[in-house]
Design a protein around this ligand. Structure first.
Ligand SMILES: Cc1cc2nc3c(=O)[nH]c(=O)nc-3n(C[C@H](O)[C@H](O)[C@H](O)COP(=O)(O)OP(=O)(O)OC[C@H]3O[C@@H](n4cnc5c(N)ncnc54)[C@H](O)[C@@H]3O)c2cc1C
Length: 550
């Protein structure tokens, strides 16, 4: 895909911002959630850190999730108790650190026979036990209730789309929805930048050499085609599905074996109720029907992907297969015309079992950290994230290892330090306080700003007061979501927006619910253009519009 060139708004080389000849403590490769969490952790510990991402932040696997922060109930079936416990602990920590982005979500699993009912009840009891401290230190709007059995009548009233033949009832349990994971990932990166870290999107690693104990990494800024060498005492490769390519660059041989599995979702008109409705398919896989921003997300798939990760795309056939599959488990048929958006990504999985035989669904989602010191690369680590949910913990473990190499015994504080957007106790109090400070804000606007941006809402509202006297008219989407000129301006100017697609898909999320109306698109583009001080060109506009074609 040809990319528009936003040259006029960027310095000759953003890489000039790096201190010449400085030897950094750590270079983090990849701006997905793993790299973002590692960057944040290392900066919080006081290490000098640089993160580079070859496309936009959160444009890889981290934009492809089911938007869940979850313990992973299904991993109990494989007796992966440690992974489930770790995920449940991390679930609570993320709800504490970023309460505006992580919201409780019910999961309704229909049951059609008694054996299945008892197996699920045992599993869910264990799930509740493993998360005995799930609500510790959380505000009431983030708290998770225990699971319960709903009889047939209640099940049908909770979700009329559940097939009814032989239905006994359902089990209802709770995890969290991560409303905008792309923005959530960026929150980690921008929090670290505020504390002095350097990060660059559209900068790719092209070579890694080791000279004595220093790594010399060549990076290329794709906005200017200029290269630079970053010197660092350690390197963390958190390039997800690209991690084996980076390892080969650094170690000069094939050291890492990654299996890539393709997973896609479709976003449809709203066919869901309050809870996520779960379907167990004939092949014993699960499909989720998830309520989200007035629409429904359906997914996911899990199919081996054996080509280069650089040519990954979602095909019409992928979408059709998913529609056909979900249609077997609904009371009506989803049509092509119901699909407003789709997205997909690759799970980077490590095959350490002899039993998988290419069945990626059953491969473990545990994280993998490889320390390459035994092959002569002390200070070079590969960190593969198995789940979005556990990335903070992955970061803690790998930054502990980096600190060992640097000889610095610096403690990790990420489990107790909120991100810059998470500095508040609970949403109702935040909204009230924002309204006290900005009396002209309507209730709806105060709610929207706080629930989208957490404590960053203060800065956005201040921008609105200073420039627009807090009276700017909202721009309405077809979903009746309101967007405000000051939030568009804030994101565009201050959040490394290089292309229009960065704004729509990975900062505001406005583009992720379906094609914007021409009026909405025009109004927003003119504000983004004014904020980044250049005209939005046709290539960028087409980049966005083609995301809705299939
Ligand atoms: C379909 C699907 C659904 C999922 N759902 C969930 C869920 O609901 N909850 C959950 O907890 N987990 C979920 N996961 C797992 C989760 O998405 C991943 O564990 C997580 O996003 C991995 O993040 P990452 O940062 O390791 O990889 P990525 O997000 O892929 O980041 C790696 C980055 O490295 C960059 N990169 C590559 N090469 C270079 C280079 N040469 N130079 C610089 N940068 C480079 C890439 O551009 C990319 O942005 C899901 C995964 C899939 C595929």
């Amino acid at each position: 895909m040809k990319k528009a060139n936003p040259k006029s708004s960027i310095p000759p080389s953003r890489l000039d911002l790096l201190e010449k000849d400085k030897i950094y403590d750590v270079l983090v490769i990849g701006g997905g959630i793993s790299g973002a969490a590692i960057f944040w952790d290392s900066v919080l510990r006081g290490l000098s850190s640089v993160l580079v991402e070859k496309n936009d932040y959160a444009s890889g696997t981290s934009q492809a999730t089911s938007k869940l922060i979850h313990g992973g109930l299904r991993y109990l079936k494989n007796a992966e108790f440690a992974l489930v416990k770790e995920s449940l602990d991390e679930r609570r920590i993320l709800a504490k650190l970023t309460p505006h982005s992580i919201k409780p979500l019910g999961f309704l699993i229909p049951v059609y026979d008694y054996k299945n009912k008892y197996v699920l009840q045992v599993g869910l009891t264990l799930y509740d036990l493993l998360s005995y401290n799930k609500n510790k230190d959380l505000s009431s709007d983030s708290m998770i209730p225990p699971h319960e059995f709903l009889n047939r009548e209640r099940t049908i009233s909770e979700d009329p789309n559940i097939p009814r033949a032989n239905l006994l009832g359902s089990l209802l349990y709770y995890d969290y929805a991560n409303i905008n994971p792309e923005r959530h990932t960026c929150d980690f990166i921008f929090s670290a930048k505020r504390r002095g870290g350097n990060s660059f999107n559209y900068v790719s690693v092209t070579n890694i050499e080791k000279n004595n104990d220093i790594y010399l990494t060549t990076v290329m800024d794709s906005l200017t085609n200029r290269s630079a060498i970053i010197k660092s005492k350690s390197v963390v490769n958190s390039a997800g599905p690209w991690a084996d390519y980076i390892d080969k660059m650094a170690l000069k041989r094939n050291e890492t074996q990654i299996l890539r599995s393709k997973g896609i979702h479709i976003v449809t008109r709203n066919i869901s109720q309050k809870h996520c409705s779960v379907r167990i398919t004939k092949n014993k896989k699960h499909l989720f029907v998830i309520p989200w921003r007035g629409k429904t997300i359906i997914g996911t798939t899990d199919v081996s992907f054996n080509e280069s990760p650089d040519i990954f795309n979602v095909t019409r056939q992928d979408i059709q297969n998913l529609i056909n599959e979900i249609n077997e488990y609904l009371n009506f048929k989803i049509e092509d015309s119901d699909v407003d958006y789709y997205y997909g990504g690759m799970r980077p999985l490590v095959d350490d079992s002899t039993e998988s035989k290419g069945n990626t669904y059953n491969l473990s989602r545990k994280t993998e950290i490889t320390d390459h010191k035994d092959v002569g690369f002390s200070g070079y680590f590969t960190a593969l994230g198995g789940k979005y949910t556990t990335s903070r913990n992955l970061a803690e473990k790998v930054v502990d290892k980096v600190c060992d190499v640097l000889g610095k015994g610096l403690p990790c504080t990420t489990s107790t330090t909120p991100l810059y957007s998470g500095n508040f106790s609970d949403l109702p109090t935040l909204i009230k306080d924002l309204k006290n400070r900005h009396s002209k804000l309507s209730d709806k606007k105060a709610y929207n700003l706080c629930s989208r941006y957490g404590s960053l809402a203060y800065e956005i509202a201040e921008l609105g007061r200073d420039n627009l006297k807090n009276t700017s008219k909202p721009i309405l989407s077809s979903q009746s979501e309101e967007y405000y000129p000051e939030e568009i301006d804030y994101i565009s100017r201050l959040e490394d927006v290089m292309f229009l697609s960065d704004f729509y898909f990975r900062r505001s999320g406005i583009g992720n619910i379906g094609k914007p109306s021409s009026e909405l698109f025009r109004s927003i583009n003119s504000i983004v253009g004014a904020s980044i001080k250049r005209e939005i060109n046709k290539i960028e506009i087409n980049d966005i519009l083609q995301r809705y074609e299939f």
